[in-house]
Design a protein around this ligand. Sequence first.
Ligand code: AMP
Ligand code: MG
Length: 351
Amino acid sequence: MKTKVMKAIGSLPEDEEVMKEAGRIIKSGGLVAVPTETVYGLAGNALDPSSSKKIYAAKGRPSDNPLIVHIADIDDLPVIARDIPEKAYSLAETFWPGPLTMVLKKTKAVPPETTGGLDTVAVRMPSDRIAHEFIKLCCPFMAAPSANASGRPSCTKASHVTEDLDGKIELVIDGGEVGIGLESTIVDLTGEKPCLLRPGFISKTDLEKVIGPVDIDPAVYNKNRPDIRPKAPGMKYRHYAPKGQLTIIEGPEENVISYISEECQKAGNKGLKCAVLAVSEDITRYNDILTIDMGSRADLRQISHNLFSALRKCDEEGAQLIFSGSFGSKGLGEAIMNRLLKAAGNRVKKV
Ligand code: AMP
Ligand code: MG
């Protein structure tokens, strides 16, 4: 199959041609990659089991890893979710449209192929204008996992999607670079107490301001405990991984810089290619080492925006060993470290 790429800007009538083409593809059961404010999503009709199966096949995603269903109108929520608690509506009012996914009990309208056989469904309302337009006009219940090949870093621009999925999907809608760059926060509202399953741009504290105490799924923090099963099935897989071996170095800044410099020197002597994911403030401290600028330490939004792109850049450069400092555990730092640790297969060195 030939994968088409069409540009969109998020308003009509400019996007009419793109949306017509995208609508035609979705109607015939095909797949379209769509930008959202978090990362690019690989969209199909969530209510059509064969379309969900195609999503799994295109990504090479394990079929027990459920898809998030995206809507553009709160009135559509009861079509796919039942016994919706008041807290869900409070969260929706505060954070939708936006980077928050809620896990709710599902209705019969959602086929098990979309939810990995679970009796629950994960739902989000994206704020990106192109995603909104696409859902409204082409696909009111949009099943969309991140548009990367399974295991690879998520896609923050259209060229990342074609890198992974060229020839496997019908269309990529190119809306330029996404804003946030990290996948949505996931909160489960089906238990007695709300539970955070995946950290993201919206923090646990943000959620608690609206709905009171929120638990954290123990699997989010016990990274080296394979006996603890994450409630979000996808969180058990190695993810976001570049091809080279990534190690996170933790410690006082000076120690981190000198340790990384020495390791790169040693590796270079052995003929290995190294790359450093460095904050802008530190770039000039690494002499003769390939550094990838992640943005300023003082603005974690820049780091989250650049993270997946930086990991892909390491691949483009053919880096065999990759090093990164840590970004703490506060606010957005928590979500960044969650992705970075997964990309590193939890390889951390304290210095
Ligand atoms: P992605 O599509 O790559 O953003 O990943 C979606 C994440 O949402 C994965 O970690 C899934 O396991 C998780 N997820 C989707 N649906 C559910 C659900 N019904 N219950 C728990 N986690 C879910
Ligand atoms: Mg993903």
